[in-house]
Design a protein around this ligand. Structure first.
Ligand code: SF4
Length: 73
């Protein structure tokens, strides 16, 4: 069975730049010089999920790239 790929949506209006996502899952999220997180969508689903769950303001949503279904939250 092939691994599903996720699309990551980071709501810039909600994000307050705490870096929790990058600290929880550095292999999936990285902060740029402006304290804006970027996601590596090829990262393991568990890492993408861990970073999304660590966000205190719910700025990160995950979707199944194939079906479009929401995976998180
Ligand atoms: S954890 Fe949430 S608020 Fe903090 S940098 Fe990541 S996306 Fe932004």
């Amino acid at each position: 069975m092939s691994r599903r790929t996720l699309r990551v949506e980071i709501d810039r209006a909600l994000c307050v730049g705490t870096s929790n996502c990058a600290e929880a899952a550095p292999e999936a999220y990285e902060m740029d010089e402006d304290c804006v997180p970027h996601a590596a969508e090829a990262a393991a689903e568990a890492a993408l999920l861990a970073g999304a769950e660590a966000c205190p303001v719910g700025a990160i949503s995950l979707y199944d790239r194939t079906t479009g279904a929401r995976v998180y939250p």
